[in-house]
Write a protein that binds this ligand. Structure first.
Ligand code: HAM
Length: 420
């Protein structure tokens, strides 16, 4: 046993998976950049107060925060998500709205670690600040839909809901609380505890025994103000206009408290575990003000990279990018030829690799096979004395002798043919 292993809820992302992660972010960048979103990087830790705005009744704030007092006596926390940091950044720098930004990177929540749920997990996401136009909600949702499609995912379901404005939400929470109090004997002890902290979250219960009582609970739609109802109707019309399929799920409550009006979540039906939410988001029209900035509406989403890649595995899409070498140089004359040729191939833009440590021909040939290279360039003592190299196609086994000085040009021309 090694002395140390990764701590629970954290993982090493080894090659070639790490390359797949990078492609994931590049694909996201490509999709959102076309819609005018610009990259932003916010700190990985901030003043704890920034994240307390996520809601003092949420698990994220009360149970899962990685917070500590730093050496300067500041109470800080690792970010559990990036929306609050982006809004803090907006309030601090006051850019001209609309401000459309995208981000990627790790987040930290002290959750019960399991398959698809980690304590350090990555997200990609967007935030659009400065407009309450319902068609912006549609555009933002459409970006996530397009991204999932570009990954090749076919089994992702969009759930949408409206939580209304803060007054609507407060009236609804009150009604919900009364309803559940009236049925308290039908609730599990866990839900009774949740009811005290956050009645909305009782709707999230997955316990079989409570499904009937949850199903009968009042719906948010009956509590929406005219403005909020009209906003939601326009969002649905916009989604219809773009032919985006969705399910209106009035039981959809998000785990963070800053939401109002439009909320949404993407569920992968290809994932069998309990962790099927691959992304989620919504409006948070009060958050910037709450963080000391000017009243500014906002909407965004985040997609869980770890979990979405599990969905990609389940659907067998979005494989990791090829790590194959173009050329493998086999040198049994001491290694200097391999050193120089690899360098020349790389300068010419070809992926080249070699074995180290003066290994025997057979071992080097094996390494060449493993590298997946299209060509092997072989230099033994005979070849070197004649100033040539053997160029072997690893595809059909054909080989020819080429002057050492011309090898790079020759292979480059062949690869040009192969790659085109
Ligand atoms: P969230 O629903 O907490 O929203 O997280 C978004 C996604 O991150 C989830 O759907 C899931 O895929 C992934 N995720 C969350 N927690 C974990 C975990 N412990 N392990 C693995 N994956 C996880 C937010 O974070 C909001 N900031 C989204 C947003 C942006 N709302 C408005 N703008």
């Amino acid at each position: 046993m090694p002395s140390f292993q990764t701590t629970p809820g954290t993982r090493d992302i080894l090659p070639p998976d790490a390359a797949r992660w990078r492609s994931f972010v590049e694909e996201f960048d490509a999709v959102v950049s076309l819609a005018g979103f610009q990259h932003i990087v916010v700190p990985m830790f901030e003043d704890l107060g920034v994240f307390q705005r996520l809601g003092d009744a949420t698990d994220v704030v009360t149970k899962e925060m990685y917070d500590f007092v730093d050496k300067g006596g500041r109470h800080v926390a690792l970010r559990p998500e990036q929306t609050a940091g982006v809004c803090r950044s907006f309030a601090q720098h006051r850019p001209l709205p609309p401000w459309k930004v995208w981000y990627s990177g790790p987040n930290f929540r002290y959750e019960r670690a399991q398959h698809g749920r980690y304590r350090q997990f990555d997200q990609v996401g967007v935030e659009a600040l400065g407009s309450d136009d319902p068609l912006l909600d549609v555009e933002v949702i459409a970006l996530a839909v397009e991204f999932f499609q570009n990954l090749g995912l076919r089994n992702v379901v969009l759930n949408i809901n409206s939580l209304g404005d803060s007054g609507d939400r407060a009236r609804y929470v009150e009604a919900l609380s009364q309803y559940f109090q009236g049925h308290i004997s039908e609730l599990s002890p866990e839900s009774v505890a949740t009811l005290e902290r956050n009645p909305l979250r009782v709707l999230d219960s997955k316990r079989e025994s409570e499904q009937a009582v949850v199903a009968q609970a009042p719906s948010i739609s009956g509590f929406l103000s005219d403005e909020a109802a009209s906003h939601f109707a326009q969002v649905k019309q916009g989604l219809d206009a773009l032919d985006i399929a969705y399910v209106v799920n009035e039981r959809l409550v998000r785990g963070l408290d800053y939401y109002c009006r439009t909320t949404f979540e993407f569920q992968s039906t290809a994932l069998e575990s309990a962790q099927t939410a691959v992304g989620g988001g919504g409006r948070y029209d009060g958050l910037v003000e709450d963080l000391g900035g000017p009243a500014t509406p906002g909407i965004g989403f985040a997609i869980g990279l770890d979990r979405t890649l599990l969905a990609c595995d389940a659907e067998q899409v979005f494989p990791h990018p090829s790590t194959k070498a173009d050329v493998f140089v086999i040198d049994t004359t001491g290694g200097m030829q391999a050193l120089q040729l690899c360098q020349q191939f790389r300068t010419a833009g070809f992926a080249s690799d070699r074995a180290y440590g003066g290994r025997a021909m057979k071992a080097q040939m094996k390494a060449a096979d493993k590298s997946g290279a299209t060509y092997a360039v072989i230099i033994g003592t005979d070849e070197l004395s004649q100033g040539v190299a053997t160029v072997k196609s690893m595809v059909d086994g054909q080989q020819e002798e080429i002057l050492l000085d011309a090898v790079v040009q020759h292979v480059a021309a062949q690869l040009g043919k192969v790659n085109s």
